[in-house]
Write a protein that binds this ligand. Structure first.
Ligand code: A2P
Length: 270
């Protein structure tokens, strides 16, 4: 009957589900974090991204890619976003409140995953700005610590205030019941700023080229025999850090062909 056909159509799973905002935290006038409900059937690998959005005025969905910033074992999903005053999505998304609804894509994906890397001794996670988001998930995955002896998370931002989220995250991870002990033993956090004085100033790329980074960390320079690298941030960071890796003999990996480094754009949500 017509009614049965209609029911079948409305029951057909769409490309996204409707989720509820649980918590929102604003860090600066450019950065905020939010937490939403997670459907029981929603599975992802640490480091992956998913589509997040809101319905437009005309009711049609407007979605952008966001790295998942929470661990796979968490009951909710976290995201870390920029705010763009005239951005079609973030100009509105930045105003969400607990209880509001957002759209969540059904299919997480991405290359910034442990499966895309060959085994190694030391894992570098190199990030700028909101590019730290996928690493917020990866540094809470026990597999990260099972696969590597040392995990080095670098975060570079313009100003100190933009490092707040990362600082609090690492602190929380180190006192976490599940992975705190592993993180205390293996996780190293390195932060720098480029447009304001702080304990370390400079782009991570310059600090790698000059060797300063390795001096700070007390480790040998990048070596494809033992080091693995994940990169997430601005287009410029990706381009320059990829070249640094290639120049040193690193091979870019993928889900299909794991290798020495992987790259993912920190999606400039608009
Ligand atoms: P800089 O201040 O020198 O541009 P943004 O807030 O624009 O996304 O930038 C985040 C951080 O990424 C800033 O500290 C910025 O430094 C840095 N950055 C921008 N381009 C590059 C690049 N090509 N390589 C390394 N870091 C970069």
């Amino acid at each position: 009957s017509t009614a049965r056909v209609k029911n079948a159509i409305s029951a057909k799973p769409g490309p996204y589900t409707i989720e509820t905002v649980l918590e929102v935290k604003h860090y600066t006038d450019r950065l905020f974090w939010f937490r939403i409900t997670r459907p029981d059937a929603f599975r992802f690998r640490s480091g992956e991204f998913v589509m997040i959005g809101l319905p437009k005025e005309d009711g049609k969905p407007l979605l952008r890619a966001y790295s998942i910033a929470s661990p796979f074992w968490d009951e909710a999903l976290d995201f870390y976003s920029i705010k763009v005053a005239d951005g079609p999505l973030t100009s509105r998304l930045q105003h969400i409140q607990p209880g509001d609804q957002v759209l969540l894509g059904r299919k997480p994906t991405g290359t910034l995953v442990l499966d895309a890397l060959k085994p190694g001794k030391r894992l570098y996670m190199i990030s700028t700005g909101t590019g730290i988001a996928p690493f917020a998930s990866l540094i809470r995955d026990p597999e990260t610590y099972e696969k590597f002896d040392q995990v080095i998370l670098t975060h570079t931002c313009r100003e100190s205030a933009e490092l707040t989220y990362g600082n609090a995250l690492v602190e929380a991870v180190k006192s976490d019941e599940l992975i705190g002990e592993m993180a205390q033993e293996k996780l190293v956090h390195f932060a720098s700023t480029t447009r304001e004085d702080s304990p370390v100033k400079g782009r991570v790329t310059d600090l790698i080229e000059s060797g300063e980074l390795f001096g700070h960390l007390n480790v040998p320079p990048l070596d494809p025999a033992v080091d693995r690298v994940m990169i997430c941030g601005s287009e410029g960071l990706l381009k320059d850090t990829r070249q640094i890796c290639l120049d040193r003999g690193f091979i870019e990996g993928s889900n299909a062909a794991p290798a020495d480094f992987v790259v993912e754009k920190a999606f400039v949500a608009t």
